[in-house]
Unconditional design. Structure first.
Ligand code: ZN
Length: 213
């Protein structure tokens, strides 16, 4: 609880430029069926605080035409000096480990993900969105082929980690890991829905909020 409170007010302000406004407006062209935010308005948490666009809204709006915007130079302020944050970290990894670009990028990505792990453990959507945003900038910079190499390296690294951890049955171990993660995510979604319902009903159905596990 204390940890959550400590993170609760943490809000990175990385989306302030013109292209951020462009991306925001893109998603807000549709209303949100999750939190009922109207067209043009921000998504809200159950407690009423502004939050990042819910997945259903992002899905409904569709992916912004990043490539087109990028080519028109409309994303330049999103990618300071045309060197995304993760590409800078990738360069540092390349130089530190004396490796090529895709491996350096993959190392930077995993390091960044590890650095953000508390945000992810606390299910902080800002953390995920921030990572998502930086990864997008990196992949835009690398193009389809460079991006494919990064994905291949990451998958190979995960496979080798799992083979090391469960040499007898790595496939089963991986399936178990994915199943566990899905179960945890679904349990969390159920709990969030219950909490949302509780918020609206003002205590009606409180007995339903008992944790399932
Ligand atoms: Zn919403």
């Amino acid at each position: 609880m204390e940890q959550q409170e400590a993170w609760g007010h943490w809000r990175p302000h990385f989306r302030s430029g013109e292209s951020s406004a462009r991306i925001r407006a893109w998603f807000r062209r549709v209303e949100c069926t999750a939190c009922k935010a109207e067209e043009g308005r921000a998504c809200r948490t159950p407690a009423g605080y502004p939050t990042h666009h819910h997945k259903v809204r992002r899905d409904a709006a569709g992916l912004p035409p990043y490539q087109e915007w990028h080519e028109q130079g409309l994303l330049d302020d999103l990618v300071p000096g045309t060197t995304p944050v993760l590409a800078q970290a990738g360069l540092a990894a390349r130089q530190g480990l004396n490796v090529d670009e895709p491996l350096g990028d993959a190392v930077a990505l995993v390091r960044r993900s590890l650095a953000d792990r508390y945000g992810r453990v606390l299910l902080d959507t800002e953390t995920l969105d921030r990572l998502d945003h930086d990864v997008r900038a990196l992949l835009l910079a690398r193009g389809p082929e460079g991006s494919a190499e990064i994905v291949t390296i990451l998958a190979a690294q995960i496979a080798s980690l799992i083979m090391g951890a469960a040499p007898e049955a790595p496939d089963a171990a991986y399936n178990q890991m994915v199943t566990d993660q899905l179960a945890a995510a679904r349990a969390r979604q159920r709990l969030e829905r219950l909490l949302d319902g509780l918020e609206i009903d003002q205590g009606d159905g409180a007995s339903e909020t008992a944790p399932e596990e």
